[in-house]
Structures are given as C-alpha cells and as structure tokens.
Design a protein around this ligand. Sequence first.
Ligand code: NAP
Length: 283
Amino acid sequence: MSPTTKTAVVTGAARGIGAGVATRLAADGFDVAVIDLDEGSTADTVAAVKAQGRTGLGVGLDVSDPDAVEAGVGRIAEQLGAPAVLVNNAGITRDNLLFKMTVEEWDQVMNVHLRGSFLMSKAVQKFMVDAKWGRIVNLSSTSALGNRGQANYSTAKAGLQGFTRTLAIELGQFGITVNAIAPGFIATAMTEATAQRIGVDFGEFQKAAATRIPVRRVGQPDDIAQAVSFFVDERSSFVNGQILYVTGGPNVCPGKGPCPAPAAGVPLAVPRRRAPDRTAALG
Ligand code: NAP
C-alpha cells in the first residue's frame, strides 16, 4: 500500500541531521515541512528540498509547546497535505555531571526530546490513522546506553526507545510503522559544540573519535538520512518497533575491550587546550 499524500514532516531540520533527512526525503519524492524553532532558519533546508523538485514549507515552532504543535501541524496539513511521515529529530544537549545538573537542564532536555516527540506524534497520528498509512521515525542515540555527563540526555534517548516500541504496538494495526535510529558520532553543530565545550579542536575531536569507530570515520547527516529513507520506504511495512544503531560498527571499542557506547567519552589521544570540564559527552 502507498501513502495517500506525499507529505513528510521533519523537526529540528534547519541544520545537521534534520536538514540531511529533509533533503533525502525530498529526493525520495516527498514534499517536506521543515520545522525548527525559528522559521527564518529553515530557509536553506527549504531551498534544498525545492532543489529536489519538491515543495518545502518552513515552519517555526517549539516542539514542546502543545498549542504551537497543533497549529503548526494544522497549517502543514492545509498547505502541504496530511502528514504521512514524521521524523522526530529536534534535539538539544544540556550536559553536566549529576551533582551539578540543574532542574532546568533536566527539564529542557526532557521537554524537547520526550514531550516534543509525544506532542508531534499525537498531532500527526490522526491523519495517518485516517489514511491507514504512516511512518514515524524517532531519533534516539548511543547515549541511551549510558554516557558520562548526560544523565538527562541519556534518559530521554532511552525513553524514546520505549516510546517507539509502544507506538509501534498501538499504531501498527493502522498501517503505521514506528521505528528509531540511534546514531553514534555524527558531525554536526551538536558535536561541534561538545568539542568546543571541552576545549578541543573539532577536526582533532573527529579524528580521534574515528580511531574508535570500526569504519574509521565519523558519521555524516546523510548516513542517518539513509536509515530514515529505509524505514519510510513503502516496502518496509513489516519493519516496526525497531531500534537501528547507526554507528559505523558494533558497540565495542576496537583494541580496548568493550565500552558502553561507541561514541562515549573524549578519546584519550586528543590534546586538550585546557582542563576538561565536567563532561565528555557527545550527541
Ligand atoms: P543540531 O545540529 O543541534 O540540530 C538540532 C536542531 O533542532 C537545531 O536546528 C535546533 O534549533 C532544533 N531544535 C532544538 N530545540 C527545538 C525545539 N524545541 N523545537 C524545534 N526545533 C528545535 O543536532 P543534530 O546533531 O543534527 O541532532 C539531531 C538529532 O539527532 C537530535 O535529536 C540529537 O539528539 C540526535 N543525535 C545526534 C547525534 C550526533 O552525534 N550529532 C548522535 C546521536 C543522536 P536551534 O538551532 O534554534 O537550537
């Protein structure tokens, strides 16, 4: 069965993984609603969608705001058509060791990742149920397995895995599949900000991370877009409730014995400009 509309919605798509996903879905034949906090910041991604010959619509909203989500999804349905695909990609980090983590840092991360994915999924599901077709893809992370300095982020990303499996069970009967991708190290503003925070040059940070990854490179947004494209494909209708780790290898540290997450920790080989602060966390 095929989708009745070709409307995809990608959150946090002004840059990074979201921009890569939006562009890939356009190449796959979808019109794309490009959601981010500031509508102006979506211009480049909207242009990339149009360059693929599809319609792009920039929508500025905070995914953790219920009224904004309802209004935004309504506008998307009116202007682009009923959403057939949702990628819950918007994300933030507010890293700190537990003893220093503030309630605000905890709440902000929960709000964007968990509340945001909940609100967006709830808003689009009615269109998908009516159409008897839908695809929801959530962005988890290797940090779901535990990562120093990320009690908030790791909890949210693990929570998204339970959310994914539960929606898959509830919505499967309506022709809707719900899956998650758990990326390792992907080169974006998020990982660049981590390098900056711990005083390491981003190029050096990536090189050192690559030595711990079996394919010997860090990931790019297109690597995640490829996995999204697979889950969204009409022919993937029997793939439901799965968590796909896209990390360049299994979850081991080559030559150093097992580690909890392939992207975890600042590689020891990286020279630091100043003493590391409280966290060695990645996206
Ligand atoms: P990024 O470059 O920081 O992009 C995230 C985007 O989300 C930004 O454009 C940001 O807008 C937007 N955003 C933040 N809060 C939002 C909100 N409340 N409502 C709407 N948009 C919001 O991050 P990325 O690296 O591409 O990561 C994308 C996703 O993959 C995230 O869920 C992240 O946790 C996950 N992930 C990333 C990595 C990695 O290594 N990069 C690894 C595993 C998982 P502003 O610029 O205005 O803040």
